[in-house]
Design a protein around this ligand. Structure first.
Ligand SMILES: Cc1cc2nc3c(=O)[nH]c(=O)nc-3n(C[C@H](O)[C@H](O)[C@H](O)COP(=O)(O)O)c2cc1C
Length: 329
């Protein structure tokens, strides 16, 4: 009989790739439970950042990114995933049930899965080389295919409005002692299995899009031409409920992996979406009140002389993967 579910080795390697997903401050706020023929994704509320992420938006975005990473990893092993999102209104932390169907996989699917291992958040300046329009189209299309709105914020005055929102959010956060303490707690370490390591953070140098993580140890890229050609890809949704935020996380992963597979450097950014004022500012002045902003992905070419960004740590898989209890399938 043909198999109807990946074997445990295949599933473990797909979950290992899913755990490479980006997450706010590298909190990795997910838990996986394995049923006989299902994989369940749960939000780990104990890893929500109360002062950075009071609404839990970043947490859901992070879990959505992990869900999409799982989907991409399974697809490259010949398994298509069928996802039931937020299956139980009585258990809001239960984010998704994933079932699998055997399918054929193409070289494009393998290439996208390979991008998981190549991707890392690059907070340095990018080069002044233009990102080809066809690449932007492919990146936007990959995000749109997951059911969210995706826009390259290139034209003025939208781009300046977006940068103003970053400035305002950085200003507000700089005056929030609890936010600062949380940022220090989750960054600047050298050997922790979570958080943003010192070696992955750059100093802000008055750039409001760069979060001021502790002990920044990654040298800034040397850019001769000051006309940076980085692009700001804005992901938004027509509603602002938990389902929309989860889907925006899936779209974030799709955008990041597509850009990485094209050889581009990427950096997810959410600071202005974490504060009501700046989120509203983007909604009104960049999106013309037509959608709710969820995520910005900065994209560009890494400077050729810059070293690759070191990979960030992850918690051991056994800490985040457990069997489903007997009541589950
Ligand atoms: C929802 C979300 C929000 C994030 N916000 C920021 C941000 O504002 N600034 C930043 O430098 N990185 C941000 N990141 C990137 C994370 O810090 C990064 O994914 C994490 O440290 C793991 O590193 P990696 O992406 O290199 O694997 C965000 C990632 C996610 C998923």
């Amino acid at each position: 009989m043909p198999r109807t579910h990946p074997d445990s080795e295949t599933l473990r390697s797909a979950l290992a790739l899913a755990s490479r997903a980006p997450s706010v401050h590298n909190t990795q706020p997910w838990r996986w439970r394995l049923g006989r023929e299902t994989v369940h994704l749960y939000a780990d509320e104990s890893r929500r950042l109360p002062h950075t992420d009071p609404d839990g938006r970043d947490l859901l975005l992070s879990c959505g990114a992990a869900l999409h990473h799982l989907r991409v990893a399974a697809r490259a092993e010949g398994w298509e995933s069928v996802i039931h999102r937020l299956p139980n209104p009585a258990a809001p932390e239960h984010l998704a049930v994933v079932e699998f169907r055997p399918t054929t996989c193409t070289p494009e699917h393998v290439e996208l899965a390979r991008a998981i291992g190549k991707r890392s958040t690059d907070r340095r300046r990018f080069s002044s080389w233009e990102v080809p329009p066809a690449y932007i189209e492919a990146i936007v299309a990959a995000g749109v295919a997951t059911g969210v709105l995706v826009r390259d914020v290139e034209a003025e005055p939208a781009r300046t409005q977006l940068l103003r929102a970053f400035e305002q959010a950085a200003w507000q956060h700089a005056r929030d002692v609890s936010y600062g303490a949380e940022l220090a707690q989750w960054s600047g370490r050298h050997a922790a299995p979570q958080g943003v390591p010192a070696r992955n953070a750059v100093s802000t140098e008055a750039d409001p899009t760069v979060r001021p993580f502790s002990n920044p140890g990654l040298p800034q890229a040397v850019v001769r031409d000051i006309d940076a050609a980085d692009r700001m890809i804005l992901l938004s949704t027509s509603s602002d409920d938990r389902l929309s935020q989860l889907r925006a996380g899936e779209a974030t992963s799709a955008v990041l992996l597509t850009a990485t597979s094209l050889g581009l450097a990427t950096c997810p950014l959410t600071e202005p979406m974490e504060l009501a004022d700046t989120r509203e500012r983007i909604r009104a002045h960049v999106l013309d009140d037509s959608a709710h902003p969820q995520m910005i992905v900065r994209i560009g070419w890494a400077v050729p002389s810059a070293d690759p960004v070191p990979p960030t740590p992850r918690r051991p898989l056994d800490e985040v993967v457990h069997p489903l209890d007997r009541s589950g399938s």
